[in-house]
Ligand binder design. Structure first.
Ligand SMILES: N[C@@H](CCC(=O)N[C@@H](CS)C(=O)NCC(=O)O)C(=O)O
Length: 195
């Protein structure tokens, strides 16, 4: 039994998207962060950082319950559990480096873009998009096939609304966003209503 605790933010939907893609049955618990549901003592036992998303797998490694927080960790956990989206050992260098490129660079810079008045985030975001655009030229996916390296950045990049940083200016990135966005599991996660 898998319980996912989330809300309709980019990080919350990342966990939800991965849960949908995993194909495993799960129960979604809506944690309304506007009402402070993430700050209750019960939820703090699941995530001491008091943020969404988080996941409890009653049948984790060794048949014992496992609790996971951090949306990217949830992605890796479910990939490992299902054997999906990591590829073979030969695929790991590309899956890992692009997953980490997104997790440590893209999620950080796009997370503050437009919220912090510092032009270096704009320059950084454009540099990241240009890097992705070059890599995606002639490729459908970041690594061997649709993988964690596509799942991790999607919810962050799908909703970029910025005056000068536009994914549409990077045709290979935009085409990749459209490809990921057309997947049924992705649509289901993006269309999930919260509240
Ligand atoms: N690095 C964390 C970030 C989690 C995070 O910041 N969650 C936000 C929503 S997107 C949250 O719970 N905010 C509520 C709060 O800060 O009280 C992850 O990817 O899971």
């Amino acid at each position: 039994m898998i319980d996912l605790y989330a809300w309709g933010t980019t990080n919350g939907r990342r966990g939800l998207l991965m849960a949908e893609e995993s194909g495993l049955p799960f129960t979604l618990h809506q944690i309304n962060i506007q009402k402070g549901d993430q700050k209750t003592p019960e939820y703090e036992k699941i995530n001491p950082y008091r943020k969404i998303p988080a996941l409890i797998d009653s049948e984790g490694p060794g048949g014992k319950p496992a609790t996971i927080f951090e949306s990217v960790a949830i992605c890796f956990y479910l990939a490992e559990k299902t054997g999906k989206f990591l590829g073979s050992a030969a695929d790991h260098p590309n899956v890992l480096k692009w997953s980490m490129f997104h997790a440590t660079n893209v999620l950080a810079v796009f997370g503050v873009l437009g919220r912090v008045n510092d032009p270096s985030f704009e320059t950084g975001a454009k540099n990241q998009l240009a890097t992705m655009d070059k890599h995606l030229a002639g490729r459908e996916w970041f690594a061997y096939d649709y993988s964690l390296a596509d799942i991790i950045p999607y919810t962050r990049l799908a909703g970029v609304k910025h005056e000068t940083v536009r994914t549409a200016d990077y045709p290979n990135v935009q085409a990749w966003l459209d490809r990921v966005g057309a997947r049924p599991a992705v649509r289901k996660a993006m269309d999930q209503k919260f509240g």
